[in-house]
Design a binder for this molecule. Structure first.
Ligand SMILES: Nc1ncnc2c1ncn2[C@@H]1O[C@H](COP(=O)(O)OP(=O)(O)OP(=O)(O)O)[C@@H](O)[C@H]1O
Ligand SMILES: [Mg+2]
Length: 278
């Protein structure tokens, strides 16, 4: 098959090459392999969703891209440069709202701008702008405990967007939200992504969410995680209710099948671990 122009023109933003991650097991002193030989290229400006059985190493992989930990083997580069630690080119949104409880919503967003070195007089205006972008105008002076879970997650998203990273790393950011809030945040996130052209890696347990948001869906195997398949998701048009498109159901079913096999494998593995010897 010949590559189309748009395919040849896509640039790799993040290159994950043959990455293995072992954790030391404290009590035995042995090694526990969370990821083994993961390779994945994330393209400039794409929205990639990542799914896989619980414990397969999704968060571990995101932490590696964030530079919070280093790989045991293999390499990850961003714009061709190896990742050696966290950087302001990457914004992270964790599953748990990692806000400072003693800071207001506005002050939480300002925090990211301080780190980036934005001049003091510009910080507040920019923070207000991003809170507005996630629909929180009027809530600037609230403290996290005065906000709902969905609002807190919006603050976390505004904070990670405000310092304008090239890459957004999102670890199940909407998992704890009710269905309506989740859907409205999905819409907002897609809108922001469309406007800003950021590269997004988004972890989710929801197959619907993965198909709805992702241009590609990377499916991981059970632990030690590898990339099982990367599914290209494309619709003729994103107008109307995407979830009602017959292709939505086809993608969903395909990914569901891939995951079902992996979850079954993971259950067998757990049993092996659980059964006492002798
Ligand atoms: N710091 C650590 N030390 C030891 N083991 C770890 C550490 N972090 C993660 N692990 C182990 O690595 C494996 C992968 O964990 P990880 O959190 O990446 O999975 P996950 O795919 O994100 O799971 P979930 O979908 O439940 O969030 C798990 O078995 C976990 O116990
Ligand atoms: Mg996780």
């Amino acid at each position: 098959m010949t590559a189309t122009l748009s395919e040849t023109a896509t640039l790799t933003k993040i290159d994950i090459r043959n990455v293995t991650k072992d954790f030391e097991v404290r009590d035995t002193g042995g090694a526990f392999t969370a990821l083994r030989g993961v390779s994945l290229d994330v393209r400039e400006g794409e929205f990639l969703t990542l799914v896989g059985p619980s414990g397969c190493g999704k968060s571990t992989l995101l932490d590696l891209v964030a530079g919070l930990t280093g790989p045991t083997a293999g390499e990850i580069t961003i714009d061709g440069t190896p990742i050696t630690g966290p950087g302001l080119d990457r914004g992270i949104v964790f599953q748990q709202y990692a806000l400072f409880p003693w800071r207001t919503a506005l002050a939480n967003v300002v925090f990211g701008l301080e780190a980036k070195g934005v001049p003091r007089r510009e910080r507040e205006g920019r923070a207000r702008e991003y809170l507005g972008l996630v629909g929180l105008t009027g809530f600037e002076e609230r403290y996290p405990h005065e906000l709902s879970g969905g609002m807190r997650q919006r603050v976390a998203i505004a904070r990670s967007l405000a310092f304008d990273p090239d890459v957004l790393l999102m670890d199940e950011p909407f998992a704890a939200l009710d269905a309506q809030t989740r859907e409205s945040l999905q819409e907002e996130l897609l809108g922001i992504w469309g406007k800003t052209g950021k590269t997004v890696i988004f972890i989710t347990h929801g197959i619907d969410e993965a198909v709805y948001l992702g241009q590609r869906v990377a499916v991981m195997t059970s632990r030690p995680g590898r990339i099982k398949e990367v599914v290209d998701v494309s619709f003729d048009s994103r107008e109307g209710d995407l979830r009602a498109d017959p292709r939505f159901g086809e993608y969903r079913h395909h990914i569901w099948t891939l995951l079902r096999d992996e979850v079954a494998a993971a259950v067998v593995q757990e049993r092996k671990v659980a059964v006492p010897r002798g």
